[in-house]
Design a binder for this molecule. Sequence first.
Ligand code: ZN
Length: 302
Amino acid sequence: MKTAFTFAEEGLLHDTGPRHPERPDRLRAIRDAFEAAGLKPPRLEAKRASRDDLLRIHTAEHIDTIEESCRSAGHYPDADTVMMEASWDAALLAAGSAIGACEAVLDGAFDSAFNAMRPPGHHAERDHAMGFCLFNNVAIAAKWLTDARGLSRVAILDWDVHHGNGTQHSLYDDPSVYYISLHQFPHYPGTGRAEERGEANTNLNIPMAPGVSAELWLEAIETVVVPTLETFDPEILLISCGFDAHKNDPLSDQNLTTDDFAEMTRRIKGIAGGRIVSLLEGGYDTQALGESSVAHFRALQE
Ligand SMILES: [Zn+2]
């Protein structure tokens, strides 16, 4: 399989400080792990989202507030979400490159793609930033696919250990986008109950109790995620690809190994004819993040 990789130096300039979990070292760890593994994937050039791209999900007020907060390095009313001047460009590139990867896969230039970009996106709501996320990259890409490219069935699989509240809320009643999330529950951000199904039953939460086995995640993929997605029959599958369900992750209490991320990837590869665009979300143990990214990428490539 031909799998593209997107990485931009600008992602390193969104400097949240050395003690922030969502820090530039995350991307360095992925870049270094790819190098150490001898992986030299074809690169897709990062591109910036336009204002119209952002407006498919976010309010104009939110976009203006984020731009202003970045320019002034001002205090945004979410203690977790740090911004400085270079954050604006990094955020536009993370969102725009999500669209760029979808375009490359949709047009057949690549079978699949993995974007190692930050800031992440799945906690960003229509009208506010939260949980390290400024713009909701995956939701913006999904809306581009349906509204700009006319797709009628787009799926998002979110296996970041946190629930993607922003993605769920932005697409909750949209029958053309099926959102499935596996996440630790109870946990940040507090949303993601199984009974939250959406107007058209196109929202599916699979909560995992703290400390459960990796086998339970793999079983859920096999017995719930794959059959559900096969029935929905998406034209493309987006992955909100957090690696923070890894057993070494400091922000969660799950037990996945690096190999489990490869195995989850293999199990969903038959969906959408293998047209998969995977977007980095969380993952805060840099060694686990780098190694899991390599394992995930290799499984996409196989
Ligand atoms: Zn997360």
